[in-house]
Design a protein around this ligand. Structure first.
Ligand code: GTP
Length: 341
């Protein structure tokens, strides 16, 4: 938009000079070369990120001030076209609507009016014979009135934009919160089954492509029904939460742990050897078995787990069925153990 405005200003000035509506001595090449250089500096500051060190990183105010000074210089030579050329001040004001509030827009309008006033005073002193006082007064008042309404409407648009931006930000936050909730299990905060199944497919296709190893473990808390029956449902919930906390801390960040449902959990181990997976599960098992609970001193819990390595190109169903079979074997072996299928 800045480039468009400058082109328009230069074109207007150029045509004005050619049609002798502007003073033929208008130094438009000098003015626009200067403008070009200043804008190159702005461009470099913005592109290199150096502008971030400024209070106003978009350099809106500086760019507007440059534009206003350029327009004022051109207006000095504008003669009959002055009335039309005054509207370019307003084009510059439109830049500010997005990032300046009403007070800043007012300051910018006062700056424009002051520049124009100085121009008129300068003309009165330097070339009094060319001055038609009624024209000057008319231009001055019209500019003041238009700038006033611009500040009012511009401020209103700015407030509207700020509100829309705020609402969009709230919506984005709400969306992010919902997205985070949608993949988590309420009780434990672990990933839920739906999310896990998505990740399972992703990791399987990654392992297929890269040929890397992938293990799936299914963990089931032993005799969990008894915990509920003996100590109550809230106690059962606490045991589930305790296991989740231990597993979250004990496993690596790259391992994907989820609550599969009830007292059943799943872990995906990408890029880990079978021995390392089994020993990680055994460590967890020992730590879980050593847990004490405030509501029942004598309560000790264990889990059984089945673990299998992904065989390239097998289906999700086959992969999980093999893990299930290994878990079944662990239960059959007397529970509190890890079986590799
Ligand atoms: N407290 C609590 N209990 C749950 C939750 N989800 C499932 N359960 C209970 O977990 C118990 C699982 O029982 P079973 O499937 O018989 O398994 P188990 O008693 O652990 O027996 P084995 O797996 O053979 O050792 C059921 O009583 C469910 O009601 C939960 O979120 N909180």
């Amino acid at each position: 938009m800045a480039i468009y405005s400058y082109c328009l200003l230069w074109f207007g000035t150029f045509v004005g000079v050619e049609l002798t509506a502007f003073d033929p001595a208008t130094p438009h090449i000098t003015i626009f070369t200067l403008l070009f250089c200043v804008n190159v500096v702005f461009y470099i500051l913005l592109r290199t990120g150096l502008s971030e060190r400024f209070k106003d990183p978009s350099l809106t105010v500086l760019q507007m001030i440059t534009g206003i000074l350029a327009v004022t210089a051109v207006l000095y030579y504008s003669r009959e076209l002055r009335g039309a050329m005054l509207s370019i001040y307003l084009m510059i004001m439109t830049f500010g609507v997005i990032s300046l509030d009403r007070r800043q827009l007012l300051r910018m309008a006062i700056f424009i009016q002051s520049c124009f006033s100085l121009l008129l005073i300068g003309e009165g002193m330097l070339v009094p014979q060319q001055v038609i006082f009624s024209y000057q007064l008319g231009h001055w008042f019209i500019l003041a009135l238009v700038l006033g309404s611009f500040v009012y409407v511009g401020g209103y648009i700015h407030n509207l934009q700020s509100r829309v931006r705020e609402q969009r930000e709230h919506l984005r936050e709400a969306h992010d919160r919902l997205a985070a909730i949608a993949i988590r299990d309420d009780l434990t905060g672990l990933y839920n089954r739906r999310y896990f199944m998505g990740r399972l497919e992703e990791e399987m296709s990654l392992a297929s492509r890269s040929g890397s190893s992938l293990h799936l473990a299914i963990i089931d808390l032993d005799h969990f029904k008894q915990v509920n029956d003996t100590y109550g449902h809230p106690a059962g919930d606490e045991v589930i939460r305790r296991f989740s906390a231990i597993a979250s801390i004990g496993l690596r960040r790259s391992d994907i742990l989820a609550r599969y449902g009830g007292e059943e959990f799943v872990v995906l181990f990408p890029h880990v050897s079978t021995i390392a997976c089994v020993s990680a599960l055994d460590r967890l098992r020992e730590e879980f078995a050593a847990q004490k609970y405030p509501f029942a001193d004598e309560l000790r819990n264990t889990f059984s787990a089945g673990i299998v390595q992904y065989q390239h190109n097998e289906t999700v169903q086959d992969f999980s069925r093999r893990a299930d079979q290994a878990l079944y074997q662990a239960k059959a072996n007397g529970r509190n153990c890890v079986v590799k299928g």
